[in-house]
Design a protein around this ligand. Structure first.
Ligand code: IDP
Ligand code: MG
Length: 140
């Protein structure tokens, strides 16, 4: 089933010049970039994006980190894109992520783990809408 997922390259990974390497991993895994932009979250927008985690102890630090610099947000499309994207990212904690995954290769720690990916069809739809208008997405 062809799906879309929201993919974010987080601030420290953008700052380290990893955009090309990370997008290449997703593309090599069969995902197509159908929208992308460099943007920056304000602390308020970061809190809105991660609202599901607002009771967690790491929420404040996470929102501070996610608004600390530019991020690359993309819509990726492909067969089972949501699951495939999460497989290519690897586990949340880079120390536990499988070899060859993005987080294993470039994640610094459980917070600064290089990338974000939607976790299901409903969150993917909501997260894509959070960043993109329909006419900014271009399937070929
Ligand atoms: P996910 O990004 O793999 O879906 P979530 O549990 O949804 O993981 O957490 C969202 C983000 O919050 C993570 O990607 C990471 O940046 C941060 N995070 C998750 N768990 C912790 C933690 O225990 N300490 C610090 N930050 C965390
Ligand atoms: Mg998540």
């Amino acid at each position: 089933m062809v799906e879309r997922t929201l993919s974010i390259i987080k601030p420290d990974a953008v700052a380290r010049g990893l955009l090309g390497d990370i997008l290449k991993k997703f593309q090599s895994g069969g995902l197509k970039v159908v929208a992308t932009k460099l943007t920056r979250l304000t602390p308020e927008r970061a809190r809105e994006f991660y609202a599901v985690h607002k009771e967690r102890p790491f929420f404040g630090g996470l929102c501070e980190y996610m608004s600390s610099g530019p991020i690359l947000v993309s819509v990726l499309e492909g067969d089972n894109a949501i699951t495939k994207h999460r497989e290519i990212m690897g586990a949340t904690d880079p120390a536990k992520a499988a070899p060859g995954t993005i987080r294993r290769e470039w994640g610094k720690d459980v917070e600064k783990n290089a990338v974000h990916g939607s976790d299901g069809p409903e969150t993917a739809a909501a997260e894509i809408k959070f960043f993109f208008k329909p006419d900014e997405i271009h399937s070929s």
